[in-house]
Design a protein around this ligand. Structure first.
Ligand SMILES: [Zn+2]
Length: 152
């Protein structure tokens, strides 16, 4: 059964909220990790200044800049993982966690509906949506609790 426009909007709102929730979680993780492991912030600052400097080199025609950047960044990223683990945090603590990695929680892949959106669409019109998509309910509730105006 096809969804009405407003049902579709409601469903897409759950995707928006999930993305917002991801964003908030990532920000909290950064704050937490920086407070716990100050060297991590230094490594991140190093990553940005290095990227800017190498971008400049690249623009100035230094073709080896990209390869050098990749090499140095991979060392810094490895250092970040070491620091996270040494600080008792998971090594992917500062990476985005997607409920659906295929569409990165957007519902679409290159303009086509992702499988997660297709299955949600089928479920959404039925009576057991919230039971079967418990994660959506949790995300919406937490978004509501942090900002009541975002409730779909
Ligand atoms: Zn998906």
């Amino acid at each position: 059964m096809a969804l009405s426009n407003s049902q579709y909007d409601q469903l897409m709102r759950t995707y928006e909220l999930r993305q917002l929730d991801n964003e908030h979680r990532l920000r909290r993780h950064y704050e937490n990790a920086y407070a716990l492991i100050p060297e991590l912030k230094e490594v991140d600052e190093h990553v940005s200044s290095l990227s800017i400097a190498q971008a400049k080199n690249l623009l100035e025609g230094d073709d080896s800049a990209l390869g050098q950047l990749r090499e140095r960044l991979s060392l810094l990223f490895a250092r970040k993982k070491e620091l996270l683990l040494a600080g008792g945090l998971p090594e992917d603590y500062l990476e985005r966690q997607y409920a659906c990695a295929d569409c990165r929680d957007t519902g679409y892949i290159g303009g086509r509906k992702c499988h997660c959106l297709q299955s949600r669409q089928t479920l959404f019109a039925g009576p057991h949506y919230w039971k079967q998509c418990k994660d959506d309910a949790v995300v919406i509730l937490s978004a509501y609790l942090s900002s009541p105006k975002t409730l779909p």
